[in-house]
Design a protein around this ligand. Structure first.
Ligand code: HPA
Length: 271
C-alpha cells in the first residue's frame, strides 16, 4: 500500500471536477439502478482512473459516478472489485481510501447475498448489524499508515448505529420490510456446500456473500461511518438446497432493488 497513490487518484478526480462529495455509495451486483435517480456530473470507467486496480484476469465494466442525489453530492461506484476476481484485499478497498480522501463523511454499501436465516425470503432486504470476516486475511495487513488510521482499529461498532437507526426509521415509514442480522463474508467464487451453509448458520450468520467486509474494515480504519444492506438473492436451506443460477440471482436482486433505492435515496436526502 502506497499512500501517495491514494492522493494521486484523489487529485486526478478533483481535477475532473469531483468536489467534496458528502456520501460515498457502493452498488453491488445487479444493483446499479440508483444511478438513474442521480443528476450525473461525471462518469468514469474504472480503467480510466489512475491507480485503480486493473485485472489481467477479468475485464471489469465498473464505473465511478459523481453527481447529485436529492440535491446532495454523492460519489457512487457502479460495480465493485471482488477478491474472487484476483484482486488483493488492498486493491479491492483502494476506492474506499480515495473516496475518504475526497471528503465523504459516510459510506453506503449494497450487496447480493444468500440467506441462511429461513425468515428471509428472496428479494427482501437485510441491513447488516454486524459481520463475520471469513476472507483469508484483512486489507490492513502490512505496514500501517498512521495518517490514515490506527494499527489496531476498533470494530465494536462496524456499522454506524446512527445510520442504522435512520434506515430503520425510513423503512418503517415507507412500509419496507427491512430485516436485520449478521453477514458472513467469504472469498468465493464458488457458492457454499450444504455443510458450509449449516456451519455459517451455526456460527451466527444470517446472510452470506462475497464482498463488503474488506470495504467496511477499511472504512472503520479511517473512522468513516458506514451502513450496508444485502438484497437476498437465494435461500440457503442446507436440507433443501437447489442449484444456484446467476440469472436467478440477478432477477432477485432486481426485485429487491426498488426498496433499496428508496432507503438509500431517503437516507441521503436527510443527511
Ligand atoms: N453465497 C455466497 N455469495 C452469494 C450467495 C450465496 O449463497 N448469493 C449471492 N451471493
Amino acid at each position: 500500500m502506497v499512500v501517495e497513490r491514494f492522493h494521486e487518484t484523489a487529485d486526478f478526480l478533483r481535477s475532473k471536477g469531483v468536489a467534496k462529495p458528502a456520501t460515498g455509495i457502493i452498488l453491488g451486483t445487479g444493483l446499479g439502478k440508483l444511478v438513474d435517480q442521480m443528476d450525473v456530473h461525471l462518469t468514469l470507467d474504472y480503467k480510466d482512473i489512475p491507480h485503480f486496480p486493473v485485472s489481467t484476469v477479468e475485464f471489469h465494466h465498473g464505473k465511478l459516478i459523481y453527481g447529485e442525489l436529492e440535491g446532495k453530492k454523492v460519489l457512487g461506484m457502479r460495480g465493485r472489485f471482488h477478491y474472487y476476481e484476483g484482486y488483493t484485499l488492498q486493491e479491492v478497498t483502494f476506492p474506499v481510501r480515495v473516496m475518504k480522501l475526497l471528503g465523504i463523511q459516510r459510506l453506503l454499501i449494497s450487496n447480493a447475498g444468500g440467506a441462511m436465516n429461513p425468515a428471509f425470503v428472496n428479494g427482501s432486504l437485510m441491513m447488516l448489524d454486524d459481520h463475520i470476516n471469513l476472507f483469508p486475511g484483512s486489507p490492513l495487513i502490512g505496514k500501517n499508515h498512521d495518517a490514515l488510521g490506527p494499527r489496531f482499529p476498533d470494530m465494536s461498532e462496524p456499522y454506524s448505529r446512527e445510520l442504522r437507526d435512520r434506515l430503520a426509521r425510513i423503512a418503517s415509514s415507507h412500509a419496507i420490510n427491512l430485516n436485520r442480522g449478521v453477514y458472513a463474508g467469504v472469498p468465493g467464487p464458488n457458492l457454499e456446500t450444504p455443510a458450509e451453509y449449516r456451519y455459517l448458520r451455526r456460527i451466527g450468520a444470517d446472510v452470506v456473500g462475497m464482498s463488503t467486509i474488506p470495504e467496511v474494515i477499511v472504512a472503520n480504519h479511517m473512522g468513516l461511518p458506514c451502513v450496508a444492506i444485502s438484497v437476498i438473492t437465494d435461500e440457503c436451506d442446507p436440507d433443501n438446497l437447489k442449484p444456484i443460477v446467476l440469472e436467478e440471482v440477478l432477477k432477485m436482486a432486481a426485485i429487491g432493488e426498488d426498496d433499496l433505492i428508496v432507503l438509500f435515496r431517503e437516507l441521503v436526502r436527510e443527511l
